[in-house]
Design a protein around this ligand. Sequence first.
Ligand SMILES: *Cc1c(COP(=O)(O)O)cnc(C)c1O
Length: 385
Amino acid sequence: MQDEPIDKEDILKDLSEIHKLDYEYSDGRILGSMCTEAHPFAKEVYCKFLDTNLGDPGLFKGTKHLEDEVVKSIGELLSLDKPYGNIVTGGTEANLMAIRAARNHARKYKGIVDGEIIIPDSAHFSFKKAADMLNLKIVEVELDENYKIDVESLKKVISDKTVAIVAIAGTTELGLIDPIEEISKIAHENNIYFHVDAAFGGFSIPFLKDIGHDLPVFDFSLEGVCSITVDPHKMGLAPIPAGGIIFRKEEYLQVMAVDSPYLTVKTQSTIVGTRLGAASAATYAIMKYFGKKGYSRMANDLMENTYFLKEGLESIGYEIICEPELNILAFNHPEIEAHEFAKKLENLGWKVSVAKCPIAIRIVLMNHIKKNHLKELLEDLKEIY
Ligand SMILES: *Cc1c(COP(=O)(O)O)cnc(C)c1O
């Protein structure tokens, strides 16, 4: 750090130079991200709440009310009248809270000490972090030929050490929805905590169902579901960092509570202490601004783009990995290996990502990717084929 203060103008010039190194969503070249440009209105609201701290909610009663309202609204979307939970930094923290609740609950009520969590290979890597931090063993459940949890395999891996089963509504790599209704039944019969990771799908499945898309039930209407992760900063168009964790019962928060002596509340269940209220305020605002109709329209448009790309790809000979359920499409080149193929595309300016299960190019059709970008992409893909 230098000794003397520097003029704002000079600092801003410096920053904007550095900022130019970043890709911009609006260029339509970021094809592998689950995030997108936040809505301008959400950003405007976000800036008004930069000084709020939900770690000390007694001082920020208004902002705490906004967080509670957002939790309530998301709970309602997920068929839960009285939800408990928080707006946190993202899907990772939400999943960590869910697994922590499950572990503590199993420890308290079943005396399980060396717990295990059952997750599929398609699960987000945040569960590896959770298992590591919470000292849990990961037990893998097999996928069926459609890349979804194999229910028979699940029955076999349940043990008296299982503290949680995890399924996904909108997998990170392929956007697929696991057979959550069947898994819920199994979890309930075995009295095991069941967490649904809908970080990506939570802000689109309910809206797509509303307008007649035929998608499976994944929410709290299934009695075995104990918690759901939903990220406003993905399909919700809220600014980062906005993740949501919704619990069916208050006791799941209570088993994580620690005393917070010098604050305005007696206990705290979140992982983060001092935490920004701006994400809650921005999510509150954008949910009001869009309404169910706004989100349904966007989700439907993104599905249309997905089908447009799928048909375009197939018409030039590419084979897609699976029928898309949400706005994610994966495919391979008939000869070029996926990582090499991704590099070729990167040289042409396209930022795609490579899925690992199965290995394939994966495109997440977020709101910043428009039809004209897809047409340009298809032109390039035609050249490479
Ligand atoms: C993105 C994602 C996560 C992680 O969320 P972050 O906001 O990146 O922490 C977890 N689960 C699923 C299914 C995701 O798609």
